[in-house]
Write a protein that binds this ligand. Structure first.
Ligand code: LMR
Length: 309
């Protein structure tokens, strides 16, 4: 198994580190446009192999895509991160060109790769990757909902005083501060509805804190987060390379599911060796449906911006 992570910034390096530690690939390539960055980080990670006991071979490359040839999975993290006060959507002008170029280069050498998109604005970058490559839709996966669902579990765990690993909870819709939809009605603590233990006020707070999870961290750190985004990317790689068929919320192409078409948006999907293999189209109530449609409208108008670039 060969995996490439494009972008050796904090998110890409964290994702690569998780992939190596879990030995999800025999070969792992880290690629970046900045001279020496990927080589340096790859070497640094390889120097943990003896300590951590992994056998994944990590190599770095400064923009030489031939080194990525034959990758089974490619994770795209390239592009600018947001600064405090910015929305993810403001990155579109710079990141669209970068993501399009990365997709072109990747496919020259790895025509069969499954592509995971992390770059922001993630829903629109996933749509762009799908449109510009023309790949079968199941091979393009946007990571956002996987991250947001993990943040949702964190927020729930803080209020419930429980382990995040004991929680089942999902966030659907867009990966934006106002477009994501944490579905608290369906969240359970080892099968027990969390709403049995949380006041209306607590539930509202948890949903609100989840939605601005990325913005809160950007304000605290001064740039956007990387541990959870990197781990979320690696979790998807794991489900693909081990054909786990785990259920994650991912941004995928909708063709009528959830009443939407010609858009990539976060919904529950089964992730396995073929990429996303199945959309789980479950019943939202009227209020949730309305939120989902509003989220789709916002993402669609961001997708329209692509035509003007
Ligand atoms: C995140 O949610 O951490 C990423 O999308 C980065 C960001 O801008 O918040």
């Amino acid at each position: 198994m060969k995996v490439t992570v494009v972008g050796a910034g904090a998110v890409g390096a964290t994702c690569a580190d998780n992939i190596a530690r879990k030995e999800l690939a025999q070969e792992l390539v880290l690629l970046d446009i900045k001279e020496g960055l990927a080589e340096g980080k790859a070497q640094d990670m390889m120097q943990t192999a003896a300590l951590l006991g992994f056998d994944t071979r990590i190599t770095g490359s400064t923009n030489d895509y031939s080194k990525t040839a034959g990758s089974d999975v490619v994770v795209i993290t390239s592009g600018l991160p947001r600064k405090p006060g910015m929305t993810r959507e403001e990155l579109i002008g710079t990141n669209a060109g970068i993501v399009k170029g990365v997709c072109e280069n990747i496919l020259k050498y790895s025509p069969d790769a499954i592509i995971i998109v992390i770059s922001n604005p993630m829903d629109t970058m996933t749509y762009l990757a799908l449109q510009s490559t023309g790949l079968p839709k199941n091979r393009i996966i946007g990571m956002g909902g996987t991250l947001d669902s993990s943040r949702f579990k964190y927020q729930l765990s803080q209020h419930l005083g429980c382990s995040p690993a004991d929680l089942n909870a999902l966030v659907v819709g867009g990966h934006g501060d106002t477009t994501m939809i944490p579905l608290i009605r369906f969240a359970t603590w080892n099968s027990i509805p969390v709403t049995d233990y949380l006041t209306e006020e607590q539930q509202k707070q948890i949903v609100a804190d989840t939605m601005v999870g990325g913005a809160t961290l950007t304000k605290l750190i001064g740039t956007s987060a990387w541990y959870a985004p990197g781990a979320a990317g690696a979790a998807l790689v794991e489900s693909i390379v081990r054909d786990e068929k785990k259920l994650f919320t991912c941004c995928v192409s909708l063709e009528g599911e959830y009443g939407q078409s010609d858009i990539c948006l976060g919904v529950p999907v089964v992730i396995g060796k073929n990429g996303w293999e199945k959309i789980v189209d479950f019943k939202l109530n009227d209020e949730e449906k309305e939120l989902f449609n509003k989220s789709a409208d916002a993402v669609r108008s961001m997708n329209d911006v692509l035509k003007t670039l």
